[in-house]
Design a protein around this ligand. Structure first.
Ligand SMILES: C=C1C[C@]23C[C@@]1(O)CC[C@H]2[C@@]12CC[C@H](O)[C@@](C)(C(=O)O1)[C@H]2[C@@H]3C(=O)O
Ligand SMILES: O=C(O)CCC(=O)C(=O)O
Ligand SMILES: [Fe+2]
Length: 324
């Protein structure tokens, strides 16, 4: 048995654990090949059923993915005192264990960045801005391409209904780099899994995630079962966010997901959260509603939703306040 000394245990104590779930990977995650003509219909079905899918043949240069990964490793390998200079996250900057400002904690350290401004790097002099810029431009293009296929799949007249929100100069999109250090001792001691990033839905329109080949990501199925996502460092995983759920009047579901700490391997993830401009109005789109179908949500602006989201705990049902 591994015995932890008291100070070692104390560093984990505020972090939640959960009952171990099946370690088997879920094999039914939709895989969408963007080079295939039927991808738009498959995308719609994936958003309805899971709110989550993997995309392959995505056109994001491997070089951008690898360069950013090396830069990220370099940053997270700096001495703690150097990393702390880039914090605290307000909400942008370096954060360690604390997620948001309402008491959530996880076995994770991260950099949260504005996706469009060089100001994002003022606090992080050691970081290579061009690696982030190249990568973010490419994943934004990928996200917009997926949103346009979705609009086509939903038979909407304007194919940029969703993508124009991310393309807007004032889009409030953000970018996040997460590092989950391995944690062998605690798991052996407690027989439970340690939470890296607690369960939540993403508030934005869509999130585009790439990780290294370390396990940890889980999604919740419609019936509430947690399943493990097999990592794939060459592909992207897309999450439907709350704003997309509202715009489709609940036809697409924003997927609950979480990350469990890996006992042996560091997990690194890079996520682009595609968001509307702050003044954009978020409401169900009339052309997506059947005759007589009622809107499930009160109207709100992204600014209002974001404010309310940032006052909530990670696991809260943030759309609850906006339901009719
Ligand atoms: C606990 C929180 C962290 C979060 C803001 C919030 O109050 C609730 C939503 C959280 C979340 C989840 C998705 C993204 O990682 C994130 C950047 C976002 O927009 O909403 C985080 C927020 C955060 O880490 O500040
Ligand atoms: O790091 C991951 O794999 C997912 C993290 C996440 O869900 C988030 O940052 O919102
Ligand atoms: Fe998330």
């Amino acid at each position: 048995m591994v015995v932890l000394s008291k100070p070692a245990l104390e560093q984990f104590s505020p972090i939640k654990t959960c009952k171990p779930t099946s370690t088997a990977f879920f094999s039914n995650i939709p895989v969408i090949d963007l080079s295939k003509p039927d991808s738009k219909n498959k995308l719609v079905r994936a958003c309805e059923e899971f709110g989550f899918f993997k995309v392959v043949n995505h056109d994001v240069p491997l070089e951008f993915m690898n360069t950013l990964e090396s830069e990220t490793i370099k940053f997270f390998s700096l001495p703690q005192s150097e990393k702390d200079k880039a914090g605290p996250p307000d909400p942008f900057g370096y954060g360690n264990k604390r997620i948001g400002t309402n008491g959530d904690v996880g076995w994770v350290e991260y950099l949260l960045l504005r996706s469009t401004s060089t100001n994002a790097f003022k606090k992080i002099p050691n970081f290579c801005c061009s690696a982030v810029d190249d990568y973010v431009s490419a994943v934004k293009k990928l996200g917009c391409g997926v949103l346009e296929l979705l609009a086509e799949g939903l038979k909407m007249k304007e194919k940029n209904v969703f993508s124009k929100l991310l393309m807007d100069e004032e889009s409030d999109s953000v970018f996040r780099l997460n590092h989950y250090p391995p944690c062998p001792e605690l798991q052996a001691l407690s027989g439970r899994d340690l939470i890296g990033f607690g369960e939540h839905t993403d508030p934005q329109v869509i999130s585009v995630l790439r990780s290294n080949n370390a396990t940890g990501l889980q999604i919740s199925l419609k019936d509430g079962t947690w399943v493990s996502v097999p990592p794939d460092q060459n592909s992207f995983f897309i999450f439907v966010g709350d704003s997309m759920q509202v715009m489709t009047n609940g036809k697409f579901r924003s997927v609950r997901h979480r990350v469990l700490a890996n006992s042996r391997k560091s997990r690194l993830s890079m996520i682009y959260f595609g968001a509307p401009p702050v003044r954009a109005r978020i409401a169900p789109i009339a052309s997506l509603m059947k005759e007589g179908e009622e809107s499930l949500y009160k109207e709100f602006t992204w600014c209002e939703y974001k404010k309310s989201a940032y006052m909530s705990r990670l696991a809260d049902n943030r759309l609850g306040h906006f339901q009719k």
